[in-house]
Design a protein around this ligand. Sequence first.
Ligand SMILES: [Zn+2]
Length: 91
Amino acid sequence: MIQLTTAAKLENAITKARTVKPLVRVARFGSYTVTNKATGATYTVECVKRDGKRFASCSCKAGERGQACYHIAAAVSAHIQLATERATLDF
Ligand SMILES: [Zn+2]
């Protein structure tokens, strides 16, 4: 579980996500499966908000060690997009 603060902390992971271009599927709002299309490796990323702080976790080895992996970067990007759409549609 890592706390998401600034985009700068995710910078390396975001760069890698842009290179790998993994497939992000929405399991439900806040839960995503991220697949590396080249290797087929699939991991689960959870995004949660607690006390106004944002956290993300990934089931890969780096994620289990609390490192910001590119799965988290890719899923967070999808999560933000989804959250924005929800906020826009929420009337
Ligand atoms: Zn990961």
